[in-house]
Design a binder for this molecule. Structure first.
Ligand SMILES: Cc1ncc(COP(=O)(O)O)c(C=O)c1O
Length: 423
């Protein structure tokens, strides 16, 4: 999409005045003197999240065990609230576990290898936890990782080649697990195309939506994947380690969950505590143990904002803000050795900008000391996420000014290039 921006501060301020979502900045805890650009890693706390958490603590104080009377269905309740974000049916989504435990749960359910079809197809750019889970399930089933895990290599180390991925869907592949948006290059995968190709070949397909949900519009009624997983602490602002999401296509409600537990038992008989598992035949049947209510209450607050604004608007504003950042990088930063490693077209990029520089690690350190919170990914990437709900155009403008200053004044040279444990 063609946009016309100008590269001065007055223009940034004008864009803020025109930004329909600008008022939502007040809904979040923005810190004075700080520009938060890391919502792709951990979203900011919202006032609504804190209100819901405090209300839940009050319930615990007043109701004790009686709070479970309705909260045993909290995973379903939040799943329903979240389903519009991916245009799924309300009972196809449950809030439970972590992304990683949900991958294990989905693989334990859907990976049913036979002599002919026993491979899991993955890419080599996904966040590593997905790969660790895939390797562990094939090992548990008695296969060699080198044989049963088929890796479709990226041709350039930055983007997935979708056509090559489809060609790798051979007759020995049982299941494909792919990211929806790549965590480094922000590539937005054509999930519909890949799901169609997988299904035409009799292959189960699942997606990791961690970097997509809350940033891009997703239409699972059209895509029809078999399963999907995601975290809720990035664009969904659920808080540190907030409970994750799991989508199970309704066609599979009859499948017995691979990792059953009593919270996946039919609601009507769960508290009869029978020794035989009776599967609740919707996504909530994939829960295992007691829900982490406090790690979900924050999410309830945050989801109310998403309900109010809707993903269409959030995606439109996110695209504008990321496009503005890319424009400013082009205008003001390329001659300092910066480039960006994401695609330019709206249809193939997610919610963050992948800024590259050979000194990225030390520049990220300098940014933090200058009041800009980015994150760094090896070897040369600074991820910057202008968040639709709480990043202003003026802040984006200032971030670019600071990035220029760090090179002009060479103040990144003060920092060590030796990596710390958490970046
Ligand atoms: C694509 C992707 N999957 C999974 C995770 C993390 O998994 P979990 O939520 O279980 O910690 C991340 C974390 O950034 C991620 O980017």
């Amino acid at each position: 999409m063609e946009r016309s921006f100008k590269n001065d501060l007055a223009f940034a301020k004008k864009l803020d005045q025109q930004d329909e979502l600008h008022k939502y900045r007040e809904a979040f805890y923005l810190q004075p003197g700080e520009i938060y650009m890391d919502g792709n890693s951990l979203g900011l706390a919202s006032k609504a999240a804190v209100i819901e958490l405090e209300a839940m603590i009050e319930r615990w104080k007043k109701e004790g065990v009686r709070a479970w009377n309705d909260l045993y269905l909290y995973g379903e309740k939040l799943g329903k609230m979240m389903s519009p974000l991916i245009n799924a049916l309300p009972d196809e989504v449950v809030v439970t576990g972590s992304t990683t435990s949900n991958i294990h749960s989905a693989l334990a359910t859907f990976y049913q290898p036979t002599n002919e079809r026993y491979k899991i197809l993955v890419d080599d750019l996904n966040f590593p936890t997905d790969r660790y889970a895939v390797d562990s399930i094939v090992t548990l089933k008695g296969y060699q990782v080198s044989d049963a895990v088929k890796v479709a290599k990226s041709p350039d180390g930055e983007f997935i080649d979708e056509q090559a991925m489809i060609e790798a869907m051979t007759e020995d592949v049982a299941l494909v697990l792919l990211p929806a948006v790549l965590y480094r290059s922000a590539q937005l995968i054509d999930m519909k195309r890949l799901a169609k190709a997988a299904h035409e070949r009799g292959i189960i397909i699942g997606f990791d939506l961690c970097h997509a949900i809350g940033a891009v519009e997703i239409d699972f009624q059209a895509i029809q994947p078999d399963f999907a997983v995601w975290c809720t602490y990035k664009y969904l602002n659920g808080g540190l380690g907030s409970t994750a999401g799991l989508y199970i296509n309704k066609q599979h409600f009859g499948h017995t969950p691979g990792l059953a537990g009593w919270f996946g038992n039919r609601n009507t008989t769960q508290f009869q505590l029978k020794q035989t598992f009776e599967h609740q035949e919707d996504a909530s049947g994939w829960q295992s143990g007691s829900p982490a209510i406090f790690s979900m209450a924050t999410l309830e607050g945050s989801l109310k904002i998403f309900e109010e604004v809707g993903m269409k608007k959030i995606r439109a504003v996110s695209l504008e803000k990321t496009a503005y950042l890319m424009y400013l990088i082009d205008e003001k930063l390329t001659h300092y050795g910066y480039s960006y490693g994401n695609k330019r077209e709206d249809s193939v990029r997610g919610g963050h900008v992948c800024l590259q520089h050979q000194e990225a690690y030390r520049i990220a350190a300098a940014l933090r000391d200058l009041g800009v919170i980015p994150d760094f990914r090896e070897p040369n990437v600074i991820r910057l996420a202008p968040i639709a709900l709480y990043t202003s155009y003026e802040e984006i403008y200032q971030v670019v000014e600071v990035l220029a200053k760090i090179i002009q004044e060479k103040n990144y040279e003060k920092y060590s290039a030796i990596r710390s444990a958490v970046v």
